[in-house]
Design a protein around this ligand. Structure first.
Ligand code: HEC
Ligand code: HEC
Ligand code: HEC
Ligand code: HEC
Ligand code: HEC
Ligand code: HEC
Ligand code: HEC
Ligand code: HEC
Ligand code: HEC
Ligand code: HEC
Ligand code: HEC
Ligand code: HEC
Ligand code: HEC
Length: 446
């Protein structure tokens, strides 16, 4: 029941025209004589309003008082003409629509949108009841622009009033994502399913519409990695910064089965292109050599791999190494001291006499053994080799750290051997074709 009398009287008076009192009978149009011009002022007029068919919806409750009531209540008022808007047969019906609260969203007279909404935009309308969905600092653009780009306002055959199933919905706009997935060598398992395992449809506290920070999100499924990073005695800051896992991994698809970024070395060099000051002011040198094209690369690095030697998620050995590697220049020989190297290279060839296990020979005298397999002052691999890459063949270093001195090696190679003029001893050369000297395996000259 609606009492319109006082309002109409007031409107007519404000208009200051002929009508001094409210009419007592229906005039041919309610909008002539300066009355009810407001109902006609909207940008878009409702069909019946536009032709002043006011009495389709309003009828007198008391003509003497010029007071009106609605002819029909709730949805019947609208169904009279919009019977097709019943929403019947749809599995999911929007609560206010189901209750026939058409006028909680529509202005029966007209509006600023074609759909005659009570608010200036659809989104504003929806947010009058659903403000919480846009609570996050980062808005998903279509949600900020128009809620009906994904939802039906009335009813839908899909849950949450969506216009289609969720994955199809997301991919309908993000076709590039779909394309990347279908052409990728490896896809990340969850991305084959519901995108909302990781993303928020409306707004998020995180960038890229993510449900959580990359770290929280990734370890919510990859608990083992989470445990590893948290329990590591040597943690890696690459996992704890804001980008975290996405410093090295892609989220959707990759050329690599472990979802690594296309150029792993470049991903590492985003941070390791310069010396890093780590805890206790320890300097971690830059690792630029891994990406210098003309350098001789160590086997795994030539394939762009770092993980065969490094526990990139955090580990229990210095240098994030998977196994120990002596940091000393002089090292009493033991398999453990070189466990890292010997996980790929046969250790026996550094300690035993050989005719062919190494190219570092004088005839059949094993010069690796000569240098490395000393009880006290064995020379560790690092006194001759770099581990990542070198300007020189067989990864011989230009110079090595001896105390604070950069001791030069001046190595050069020949087809059958090589020579070095290092700070260790007088210049020496070796030749695999040379006759065997006797006795074998004496300590090197000092
Ligand atoms: C499609 C149905 C419909 C038509 C046609 C219609 N109205 Fe209404 N009118 C309503 C509804 C619904 C209300 C709001 C009642 C409520 O909220 O309780 C309303 C409210 C009003 C009010 C009260 C003030 C206000 O805006 O809330 C006036 C005055 C009014 N109508 C005048 C008119 C006039 C004049 C016409 C013809 C030009 C007209 N109406 C045509 C449905 C209609
Ligand atoms: C007397 C018949 C009649 C009644 C009653 C009626 N409408 Fe309409 N409505 C129309 C006509 C006619 C149009 C214009 C259709 C067109 O342009 O195609 C229209 C258009 C609309 C539109 C805009 C549609 C568009 O796409 O442009 C909306 C929204 C709407 N009506 C909602 C309502 C609501 C809500 C009610 C109940 C409060 C209601 N109508 C009651 C006849 C009616
Ligand atoms: C929750 C708000 C809301 C409610 C409740 C609601 N509508 Fe709508 N309606 C909309 C919005 C928003 C649009 C525009 C849809 C779009 O742009 O895709 C719309 C569009 C329409 C249209 C025109 C477009 C079409 O689908 O043909 C009509 C007619 C309409 N509504 C009638 C009704 C009727 C009748 C009711 C009550 C039974 C009702 N609406 C209840 C929000 C609502
Ligand atoms: C007048 C208040 C009102 C307006 C305006 C409104 N809604 Fe709702 N909406 C509701 C209510 C009430 C529910 C039911 C809430 C519940 O079940 O917890 C609901 C539920 C929903 C749901 C969940 C449906 C489901 O199946 O779980 C979606 C999606 C939704 N609304 C979208 C919209 C969109 C889009 C708009 C704007 C076109 C809108 N709403 C405008 C009141 C409103
Ligand atoms: C990009 C598509 C998209 C847009 C645009 C969108 N939504 Fe949603 N909305 C969804 C999806 C998908 C769900 C289902 C979420 C779920 O089930 O976890 C949803 C769920 C909802 C729900 C149910 C409750 C909830 O939070 O899960 C409401 C209410 C809702 N949306 C309102 C809105 C409103 C209001 C707008 C505009 C401000 C809007 N949506 C814009 C996709 C969208
Ligand atoms: C109606 C089209 C549309 C639909 C449907 C849609 N999106 Fe979007 N999405 C956009 C637009 C537009 C942007 C903004 C692009 C930009 O800024 O470059 C965007 C941005 C994004 C972003 C990046 C956000 C950022 O901060 O950079 C993500 C993630 C995203 N959408 C995920 C989704 C998911 C998940 C779904 C399915 C629930 C979805 N989108 C459905 C249009 C859509
Ligand atoms: C396993 C979690 C996960 C799933 C599932 C997922 N995404 Fe993402 N998505 C992300 C992350 C994390 C980002 C942030 C970009 C990054 O740094 O890798 C992202 C970024 C995006 C972007 C922004 C792209 C850009 O380059 O800025 C869009 C768009 C997007 N996702 C859409 C989707 C769609 C569509 C789906 C479903 C087919 C989906 N996502 C499924 C995790 C996911
Ligand atoms: C919703 C759960 C979920 C989330 C969130 C998730 N993943 Fe996954 N991820 C999986 C599943 C399931 C697999 C497939 C595991 C398998 O095949 O054993 C997988 C596989 C992987 C793989 C390849 C593992 C292998 O052994 O081949 C990597 C790497 C990976 N995810 C990284 C990430 C990163 C980085 C994030 C955050 C951006 C993330 N994941 C978020 C569920 C998830
Ligand atoms: C510094 C680079 C880097 C960061 C940061 C990083 N990863 Fe990895 N991740 C890798 C590399 C390299 C591999 C190993 C690939 C291989 O085994 O060949 C890997 C492998 C994985 C695997 C496969 C299982 C395994 O142990 O081989 C999962 C799952 C994974 N990462 C998840 C994560 C998650 C979750 C985060 C964030 C908490 C993360 N990664 C952060 C580089 C990184
Ligand atoms: C987001 C920056 C960042 C990225 C990307 C990154 N790192 Fe690191 N890394 C660090 C920082 C900072 C340290 C110093 C120790 C610490 O605070 O974690 C470090 C330490 C290390 C160390 C230990 C060095 C030492 O002497 O203790 C190794 C090895 C290492 N990173 C390898 C890698 C590899 C391999 C990659 C690529 C797969 C990579 N890092 C990617 C930031 C990064
Ligand atoms: C063959 C094993 C191996 C591989 C493969 C490997 N590293 Fe290393 N890396 C080491 C060793 C051993 C150290 C410790 C060097 C030292 O103590 O002098 C180290 C140290 C580092 C450091 C610390 C800086 C430094 O020079 O001490 C960084 C950064 C690093 N590596 C990055 C990488 C990156 C990036 C890759 C992949 C492109 C990679 N590593 C591949 C063995 C390896
Ligand atoms: C993950 C396996 C792996 C580990 C660990 C490893 N290497 Fe290698 N190394 C290779 C591969 C593969 C090659 C090249 C193939 C070949 O010729 O054996 C190679 C080759 C070499 C070469 C010869 C390079 C050339 O140009 O011919 C040297 C020197 C070398 N490694 C030293 C070391 C040292 C020192 C360590 C310990 C710090 C080590 N490697 C640890 C796999 C490894
Ligand atoms: C005194 C210097 C020196 C030390 C110490 C040294 N190497 Fe070498 N290494 C060489 C030279 C020189 C060559 C090149 C031999 C040739 O082909 O002419 C070489 C070659 C290699 C090769 C290529 C295959 C071969 O044997 O010809 C590997 C692998 C290798 N060294 C690993 C190691 C490892 C692991 C250690 C530590 C356990 C080590 N080296 C210690 C000088 C050294």
């Amino acid at each position: 029941m609606t009492r319109l009398g006082p309002v109409i009287a007031a409107l007519c008076l404000t208009a200051g025209t002929l009508a001094q009192t409210a009419p007592t009978t229906r005039t041919p149009t309610c909008t002539t004589a300066g009355c009810h011009t407001r109902e006609l002022s909207a940008k878009f007029l409702h069909g019946p309003t536009a032709v002043s068919a006011c009495d389709i919806c309003h009828e007198y409750s008391d003509p003497a008082k010029h007071s009106f009531k609605l002819k029909r209540e709730g949805r019947q008022l609208c169904d009279f003409c919009h019977i097709d808007k019943s929403g019947a047969g749809q599995a999911h019906v929007h609560s206010p629509f189901a209750k026939g609260e058409c006028t909680k969203c529509h202005n029966a007279h007209g509006g600023e949108t074609r759909a005659l909404l009570l608010s200036a935009t659809t989104t504003q309308l929806c947010l009058t009841c659903h403000a919480q969905v846009m609570g996050g600092a980062h808005a998903h653009k279509p949600a900020a622009d128009d809620c009906t780009s994904c939802h039906s306002a009335h009813a839908s055959s899909h849950e949450r009033l969506l216009s289609t199933d969720r994955r199809t919905l997301c991919l309908s706009c993000h076709a590039d994502v779909g394309k990347a997935l279908s052409s990728a060598a490896h896809t990340h398992k969850p991305v084959e399913g519901d995108c909302l395992q990781c993303h928020m449809p409306h707004s998020s506290a995180h960038d890229k519409a993510l449900k959580g920070s990359p770290r929280e999100l990734c370890i919510s499924c990859h608990e083992k990695i989470g445990t590893q990073m948290q329990s590591a005695s040597h943690p890696h800051s690459a996992l704890t910064d804001e980008k975290s896992c996405t410093n090295c991994h892609t989220s959707h698809a990759s050329t690599h089965e472990k979802m690594l970024l296309p150029d792993q070395a470049a991903a590492c060099l985003a941070c390791h292109d310069k010396p890093i000051v780590a805890a206790q002011n320890r300097i971690v040198p830059a690792a630029l050599e891994v990406a210098v094209p003309e350098f001789h690369k160590h086997g795994p690095i030539a394939k762009g791999e770092c993980a065969p030697c490094h526990e990139v998620h955090g580990g229990s050995h210095a240098g994030l190494l998977i196994k120990p590697y002596s940091a000393a220049f002089y090292q009493q020989y033991s398999d453990e001291a070189y466990a890292l190297c010997f996980s790929c290279h046969d250790g026996s060839r550094f300690s035993q006499a050989t005719t062919d296990a190494t190219g570092f020979r004088q005839g059949d005298r094993n010069l690796h053994a000569v240098h490395v397999s000393q009880p006290a002052q064995g020379r560790s691999c690092r006194s001759c080799h770099t581990v990542h890459a070198s300007r020189n063949e067989v990864m011989i270093a230009d110079s090595v750290s001896f105390g604070q001195w950069k001791l030069p090696l001046n190595y050069s190679r020949t087809p059958t051997g090589g020579s070095c003029a290092s700070g260790c001893h007088k210049p020496e050369s070796y030749d695999r074709g040379a006759p065997a000297p006797a006795p074998a395996l004496t300590p090197p000259s000092k």
